[in-house]
Design a protein. Structure first.
Length: 222
């Protein structure tokens, strides 16, 4: 249980909870283990629980009837997933699946709402979290509507490489296929492949051991 308390304590959403509140909340969590590509929640389902990622990583995405996906974002350790549906009693707004073998703490709806009732600071944190998500969604919609495929891909490569920088170049944290990148920016695998080929030809990026490395700053327009 102490491990669960420490994980919850380091989550921004719960950072203002007292030790007693953290203990009460952790006592009502359940640790679950998921294999790679496991589905944690499906868009349209009713939300009766939320998750805090303990290990591994997940992707949050929407899809259409033909199975085409748009990846909204990827999340790792400490991320809170599925809390929105607990607040508005509406169906899940997106699906979530694991990108690798992962573990997560599951928190039931009633336990979450009880803590929320007893912690005004947590309510403020939720407002801040939802506001940031709204801003991110607005930026994403603007990008899809106004930017071309190159600009969206360049922005995504820069975003993915932000926390993985060394002295010589920036690199993406893992291997990404053209299809995965296309799912993130709302473009086809073929279009991503064409843009990547041009970036490699122009010596802006390089592939090493299957991972993408940014050799220099990408131009604003192509």
């Amino acid at each position: 249980m102490s491990t669960a308390i420490e994980l919850l304590r380091n989550v921004a959403l719960f950072q203002h909870l007292t030790d007693v509140q953290l203990e009460e909340l952790s006592a009502q969590t359940r640790e679950l283990t998921f294999r790679k590509h496991a589905i944690l929640m499906t868009e349209g389902d009713l939300g009766e629980s939320m998750y805090v990622i303990k290990s591994g990583s997940v992707k949050v995405y929407v899809s259409d009837d033909d199975g085409r996906e748009l990846v909204l974002y990827e999340q790792g350790v400490g991320a809170v997933i599925g809390d929105i549906a607990l607040l508005d009693d509406e169906p899940r707004s997106a699906s979530v699946s694991t990108l690798e073998a992962s573990t997560a703490l599951m928190i039931g709806k009633q336990a979450f709402l009880e803590v929320l009732r007893n912690s005004p600071e947590m309510a403020i944190n939720i407002i801040r979290s939802l506001t940031q998500r709204l801003r991110d969604a607005t930026d994403g919609s603007r990008s899809l509507a106004l930017d071309n495929v190159y600009r969206r891909l360049a922005d995504k490569l820069q975003e993915l490489s932000q926390d993985h920088e060394n002295e010589e170049y920036k690199s993406l944290p893992k291997k990404y296929s053209h299809q995965e990148l296309g799912n993130m920016i709302g473009a086809s695998r073929e279009m991503v492949g064409k843009v990547m080929a041009e970036l490699i030809k122009g010596e802006y990026v390089d592939l090493r051991d299957g991972r993408i490395h940014l050799l220099r700053k990408l131009p604003r327009n192509w």
